[in-house]
Design a protein around this ligand. Structure first.
Ligand SMILES: Nc1nc2c(c(=O)[nH]1)N[C@H]1C(S)=C(S)[C@@H](COP(=O)(O)O)O[C@H]1N2
Ligand SMILES: [Mo]
Length: 325
């Protein structure tokens, strides 16, 4: 029997704009919600997660069995990639929360992954139609060698059971990968030797690369967003703090700030990363001239990759303010 969907159509809730993300840990009620097909309503009783495919032993774990495995907590940012076919559009939907659950590696160890396995396929219980694609399940895949030690089967968000819209009773959580990969309402994991054949892994969420080969939307590119000052703020000539959050698959090594629309840049202070948390950056600024000013921030990660000025998921964030006379 198909699981009831409520709503049974695409559901998005984006409660906070970047300047409202003032808290390090995003309160659950302020977390964004993205559900392509709607929100399945699942009872814990009767639910179980199966692990199959290229494994020595098939597993079927109900919620009690999952809770009986070693539990971990992890602070991680979580970012929606935005429109699946518009890699040129920055959406800046991001939050930073504490996830609780079981490491995927613990589960895979018990199943015994066969040497020919290369990918982890994951399936949600949601079904329906998204942009003309009708599916029985939301499905995603990950390269097995990119399954870091932190990938988990999460059952908790900020210390409480996952709310229905965030994936109750369990979801995959792939720290450092765009949100689309963290399959909610998880009920099946399949180990495979190739990529999964689902609209969400083939038609959608593959960015065209320079040489034409599609690039799966997996690792999060370095990004930063300005919290303060807020857009359209009116500042006086006193010193003010420009600050915000920076994140990416790799730790962010530096953030530079421009207060003249990108002509000159200065290094901000940035805190080191803990786990997969976002990192606070800040810079003291004393406005020199009255009039309009464009503040920009750009992050560079540990590999040297830097935010592009425009036309990218992780394009530089610009905030227009006015300096009063
Ligand atoms: N089963 C399922 N998982 C899903 C989705 C979905 O539509 N169905 N949406 C994905 C997308 S695009 C994002 S950005 C995140 C959002 O997670 P959240 O709603 O908990 O913030 O879930 C991902 N996991
Ligand atoms: Mo998303």
């Amino acid at each position: 029997m198909a699981i009831a969907m409520q709503p049974a159509a695409t559901y998005r809730r984006i409660p906070l704009a970047p300047h409202q993300r003032t808290e390090r840990i995003t309160p659950t009620e302020n977390c964004f919600v993205l559900a392509h097909l709607g929100v399945p309503r699942i009872a814990a009783a009767g639910w179980s997660l199966s692990v199959e495919g290229l494994v020595r032993r098939k597993l079927r774990l109900d919620l009690a069995a999952l809770k009986a495995l070693p539990q971990t907590r992890l602070e991680s940012f979580h970012q929606c990639a935005g429109a699946p076919k518009r890699p040129d559009l920055p959406m800046r939907r991001v939050m930073n929360v504490v996830w609780g659950g079981v490491l995927l590696s613990e589960v895979l160890e018990r199943a015994g992954v066969l040497p020919e396995a290369r990918f982890v396929w994951s399936y949600g219980l949601d079904h329906g139609t998204y942009e003309g694609h009708t599916v029985d399940n939301y499905a995603k895949d990950l390269p097995l060698d990119r399954v870091t030690e932190s990938v988990m089967i999460a059952t908790e968000l900020n210390g409480a059971p996952l709310p229905a819209e965030h994936g109750f009773p369990a979801r995959l959580l792939v720290p450092g990968f765009y949100g689309t990969n963290s399959v909610k309402w998880l009920d099946r994991i399949v180990l495979a030797d190739r990529r999964a054949d689902s609209p969400f892994t083939t038609a959608l969420y593959n960015d065209p690369a320079a040489d034409g080969t599609p690039l799966p939307v997996w690792a999060v590119m370095p990004e930063s967003a300005i919290v303060a000052p807020a857009p359209d703020a009116v500042l006086d000539a006193r010193e003010t703090e420009i600050w915000g959050w920076a994140w990416g698959a790799l730790p962010v090594a530096s953030v530079e700030i421009s207060t003249d629309g990108g002509i000159t840049w200065r290094a901000a202070e940035i805190e080191p990363r803990r786990a997969f948390s976002w990192q606070r950056f800040s810079l003291k600024w004393r406005p020199e001239r009255p009039g309009p000013a464009i503040i920009m921030a750009r992050a560079r990660d540990a590999s040297g990759a830097v935010q592009p000025p425009a036309d990218a998921r992780n394009a530089v964030h610009r905030v227009a303010v006015t300096v009063g006379g």
